[in-house]
Write a protein that binds this ligand. Structure first.
Ligand SMILES: O=C1N[C@]2(CO1)C[C@H](C(=O)N1CCC(COc3ccc(F)cc3Cl)CC1)C2
Length: 304
C-alpha cells in the first residue's frame, strides 16, 4: 500500500513508475532507465548518453549493434527529459546530469563487476560523457562521441549573446531562446519526421536558464580537455549547424589520449547515427571495428 496521503509516482506521460524500469536520483526524482542485454555472455558495458530535448529510446538501433557484440547496453532519460521526472529541458546545474550518470554507472558496475566500461555520448550527451570521464578518469576503457557539444555554435553564442543570456538569466530565466530546428538534426527526411513526431522529444523553446547551463558545460569541457586521457573515437559532420565541428578539432588537438580517432563526414548534419543511410551505416561499422579492437587487443600497444 502507498503511505498515507501520497499518490503513486507517475511519469510525465502518466505511466506508473512501478511499471517502468527506473532508479531514484540524489534529489529523489524517478529517472527512467533502459537496458539492452546480449544473448551471449557479457563482454563489456556501454552507457549511452542522449542529448538535449531527446531521450534514450532513440538509441535502440545503436544498442542492437552493441548487444550483437555482447555488450550490456544501458541508458536513461536525463532529468527534465523523456520519461524521467523534472521540468522539461530544465536543470539547476549541468553537473546534475553528470551526477545522475555516475550513480547509474556505479549501480551497473556492482551488477557486472570487472567488465570493461565504455560510454557513447551524442551532442549535449557528449559534454556529459566528457565531464563524467573527467570525474572518473580510470573507469573507462573508451569513449565514443557523436558530434559532441564542445564549443557552442558561433551563431548562437556570440560574445554579445553569451553576455545577454547571462544577464537575462537573472531577470527572465524562462524566456525562450527558440527551439532546435528539426531540419538541422539530419539530412534524412525520415529521421527529421521521426524527430518531429516523437512525443517523447521536447519541441518547446530552449529556456535562457538552460542555454546558460549549456554554456557552463562548454567551459567546463574546455577545462577538462587538457587532462583527458581516455581512448577516444570521435565523429562529426562538416555541415553540423547545432554543434560546431571546430569543437571536435579542438578536442583532438588538446587531449592526452594515446588512442584518438576523428572521422569527419563531408556534408553531413548533426545526428550522424540518424543521418543518410551511407553515413549512419559507416558510423556503426566504425564503432563496431573500434570496439572489437579495444576488446580483442591484449591491452599491449605493440600488437604483432
Ligand atoms: O538527435 C538529436 N540530437 C539533438 C536533438 O535530437 C540535438 C540536441 C543537443 O544536444 N544539442 C543541440 C542544440 C545545442 C544548443 O546549444 C546551445 C544553445 C543555446 C546556448 F545559449 C548555448 C548552447 Cl551551447 C545543444 C546540443 C540533441
Amino acid at each position: 500500500m502507498m503511505p498515507e496521503g501520497s499518490a503513486p509516482a507517475v511519469s510525465p506521460q502518466g505511466v506508473l513508475y512501478a511499471e517502468l524500469t527506473h532508479y531514484i536520483n540524489a534529489d529523489g526524482q524517478h529517472i527512467f532507465s533502459r537496458y539492452w542485454k546480449p544473448s551471449g555472455s557479457p563482454r563489456a558495458l556501454m552507457f549511452i548518453v542522449h542529448g538535449a530535448g531527446e531521450h534514450c529510446c532513440r538509441y535502440d538501433d545503436l544498442a542492437q549493434i552493441l548487444t550483437a557484440l555482447n555488450f550490456v547496453v544501458f541508458s536513461h532519460d536525463h532529468v527534465g527529459h523523456g520519461q524521467s521526472e523534472g521540468e522539461r529541458m530544465t536543470v539547476p546545474d549541468f553537473h546534475i546530469f553528470v551526477r545522475d550518470v555516475i550513480q547509474h554507472l556505479d549501480l551497473m558496475k556492482k551488477q557486472y563487476p570487472g567488465l570493461p566500461l565504455f560510454m557513447c555520448g551524442h551532442s549535449m550527451g557528449g559534454a556529459i560523457a566528457i565531464l563524467t570521464a573527467d570525474e572518473r578518469p580510470d573507469d573507462f576503457s573508451g569513449l565514443i562521441l557523436i558530434s559532441p557539444l564542445v564549443l557552442p555554435n558561433p551563431q548562437s553564442a556570440t560574445s554579445f549573446k553569451v553576455f545577454a543570456a547571462k544577464m537575462l538569466n537573472y531577470v527572465l530565466p524562462n524566456l525562450s531562446l527558440g527551439s532546435i530546428d528539426p531540419n538541422f538534426v539530419s539530412r534524412n527526411k525520415k529521421e527529421v519526421e521521426a524527430y518531429t513526431s516523437d512525443p517523447l522529444v521536447y519541441h518547446g523553446g530552449m529556456k535562457v536558464s538552460f542555454g546558460v547551463q549549456l554554456l557552463n558545460a562548454t567551459s567546463r569541457v574546455e577545462k577538462a580537455l587538457p587532462h583527458f586521457k581516455v581512448p577516444l573515437l570521435l565523429f562529426h559532420g562538416t555541415l553540423d549547424k547545432l554543434c560546431d565541428i571546430r569543437g571536435s578539432h579542438v578536442m583532438m588537438d588538446t587531449i592526452q589520449s594515446e588512442e584518438k580517432t576523428l572521422k569527419v563526414y563531408e556534408g553531413a548534419f548533426h545526428a550522424l547515427h540518424k543521418e543518410l543511410p551511407e553515413v549512419t551505416s559507416n558510423v556503426f561499422q566504425e564503432i563496431e571495428g573500434w570496439l572489437q579492437q579495444r576488446l580483442g587487443g591484449t591491452g599491449s600497444s605493440n600488437m604483432v
